[in-house]
Design a protein around this ligand. Structure first.
Ligand code: GRF
Length: 207
């Protein structure tokens, strides 16, 4: 069972975009009782606003662009080294838009969390909100899950439903999903770092 050796737990966040989920984690971790500290923020995108959110709060940041490497394997190794330098107990992909390869997954096995803006296994991939709307579902939501080698296929940690409204477009639905996502991600990460978690096949138990 993955457990946390130190308190507060050390969390490295990976983000490619705006960083609103990162901000939610930073806000939650401001409370010492939360049990986690975001020790670094990494990105594959040089000028990702998420990096500014880290810098504004005095959190270390780093960039590892895929384009700086001859192939994905080399990028994965380099990213894993950058993350490992911060000795994380948990790695949280918060809007990180790249697939992590085997080297990375092995190095942080069962300690990588991702948040996805749909109720998996429905609508995996980068256009989850658009795809859910196009399908015409009446309920979508957010899934926080452990990362495995597939695209949004890892064991589910928790989910929250968000109703789709008749006049929703991609932006309005995603905004409401993000509201739920910020709460759920902070809640799940907090429970994991405070109580540990057990993975049995696809079933994950968090106290
Ligand atoms: C989130 O909805 C995440 O699930 C998806 O992209 C969005 C990133 O938002 N993959 P932010 O960068 O945390 O604001």
């Amino acid at each position: 069972m993955p457990s946390i050796e130190q308190a507060p737990a050390r969390v490295v966040v990976l983000a490619s975009g705006a960083g609103s989920n990162l901000v939610a984690l930073l806000a939650a971790s401001a409370d010492p009782a939360y049990g986690a500290e975001v020790v670094a923020v990494g990105s594959d995108v040089e000028h990702a606003p998420a990096l500014d959110r880290a810098t504004e709060r005095g959190v270390a940041s780093f960039v590892e662009p895929l384009s700086a490497h001859p192939d994905r394997a080399s990028w994965n190794r380099a990213l894993a080294d950058r993350v490992a330098a911060h000795r994380p107990d948990l790695v949280v992909c918060a809007g990180f838009m790249r697939i992590l390869g085997a080297t990375f997954l092995q190095r942080f096995s069962e300690r990588i969390v991702n948040t996805h803006p749909a109720l998996l296994p429905a609508f995996p991939g980068v256009h989850a909100v658009r795809d859910a709307l196009a399908y015409g579902v009446r309920v979508s939501g957010v899934t926080v899950h452990l990362v495995d080698a597939g695209v949004d296929t890892g064991p589910v940690l928790d989910q929250r439903a968000v109703p789709v409204l008749a006049d929703d477009d991609e932006a309005s639905l995603h905004a409401r999903i993000k509201d739920a996502e910020h709460e759920l991600l902070a809640d799940v990460v907090g429970r994991m770092v405070r109580g540990g978690w057990t993975v049995t096949g696809r079933k994950v138990t968090i106290p």
